[in-house]
Ligand binder design. Structure first.
Ligand code: ZN
Length: 149
């Protein structure tokens, strides 16, 4: 567990300093905005979906290191996945950060497993899951801004 904690720190710092896929996606055909008023995190997730597959994904926004790192890693994890696979990952991630994840589900999240430590910090759970809730809204084609509240 202490290894995972150390990795958690390294990964969060790396991704928050240089977030991957951090840009507006010009070809986006689905997008959503998300807010976490508790911490002040705000981000937009852009998707280019074709034949039920996420061809491209990006995000933009501002917030704490955890919200940024989580969004960055989410985009890496989901690029090329089908919408259905993305929904499954959303569920698995949500269960994991709230401490209810089964080991098998956590395993399939790959590198995202570093966020499993977040469940010990309830305030941070919303930071880590903001990008995923926003993604969920984008996949459902919701135009209302999503909030973690
Ligand atoms: Zn935050």
């Amino acid at each position: 567990m202490s290894d995972l904690r150390e990795l958690y720190h390294e990964v969060i710092i790396d991704h928050s300093k240089s977030p991957r896929n951090y840009r507006k996606l010009e070809s986006a055909n689905q997008s959503a905005e998300g807010d976490n008023p508790l911490c002040g995190d705000h981000l937009t997730v852009y998707l280019h979906v074709k034949d039920h597959r996420i061809e491209d994904i990006s995000f933009e926004g501002s917030g704490c290191a955890i919200s940024k790192a989580s969004a960055s890693m989410m985009t890496q994890h989901l690029k090329g996945k089908t919408k259905q696979e993305a929904e499954v990952a959303f569920e698995a991630f949500h269960q994991m950060v709230t401490g209810k994840g089964a080991e098998a589900d956590i395993d399939q999240l790959g590198k995202l497993a570093v966020f499993s430590g977040v469940c010990d910090f309830p305030v941070r759970v919303k930071c880590a899951s903001l990008a995923w809730h926003t993604l969920h809204a984008a996949l459902e084609g919701k135009s209302e801004p999503t909030t973690t509240e």
